[in-house]
Design a binder for this molecule. Structure first.
Ligand SMILES: [Zn+2]
Length: 161
């Protein structure tokens, strides 16, 4: 994806209040982000507990959403992240909700899904062990494409009027 500055990242957030946009804090390694290799950019706010962000290019435009993590993690032994489709220990996935953008959000509409707790889907889908011994490169690529597609679809659901 195209490189974004801190200011631009704040501006991409479609469902954030002015205060949330102001409070956004970037991870310590932000300056080393390799944008050319990213399909999307997601991180947990290092200063605000329970806050996370996902920025993806939707229709060629960088579009970001602010997410809230639920306090309790899953009690299941293992659970699947709905975005990258990797299996994680139960305490490493969390329910994230995003207030919808615009009027719908003001009425209290939100969208929620189970996601890797640290929002590192981009890495996790690449690190995940093959699902089957005969899984080959093309299927890994499909999972990477699928992750990108699901992230963009999730951002769009939050954004849609
Ligand atoms: Zn994930």
């Amino acid at each position: 994806m195209r490189a974004l500055t801190e200011h631009q990242l704040r501006e991409t957030l479609v469902n954030a209040s002015a205060e949330e946009r102001q409070r956004l804090a970037l991870p310590a390694d932000f300056l080393f982000v390799d944008w050319d290799h990213l399909d999307f950019y997601a991180w947990r706010d290092p200063r605000t507990k329970g806050r996370g962000y996902v920025v993806a290019e939707v229709g060629g435009t960088a579009t970001g959403i602010v997410l809230r993590a639920s306090d309790s993690s899953s009690h299941a032994r293992a659970a699947m992240c709905n975005l990258c489709h990797t299996m994680q220990p139960g305490d490493q996935v969390t329910m994230f909700t995003a207030r919808k953008a615009g009027d719908a959000g003001e009425r209290g509409d939100s969208v929620g899904t189970i996601v890797c707790a640290d929002l590192s889907c981009h890495e996790n889908v690449r690190l995940a062990a093959p699902l089957a011994p005969n899984e080959y490169r093309a299927s890994v690529d499909r999972r990477i494409d699928g992750t990108r597609h699901r992230i963009e679809a999730f951002v769009e659901r939050v954004w849609e009027p």
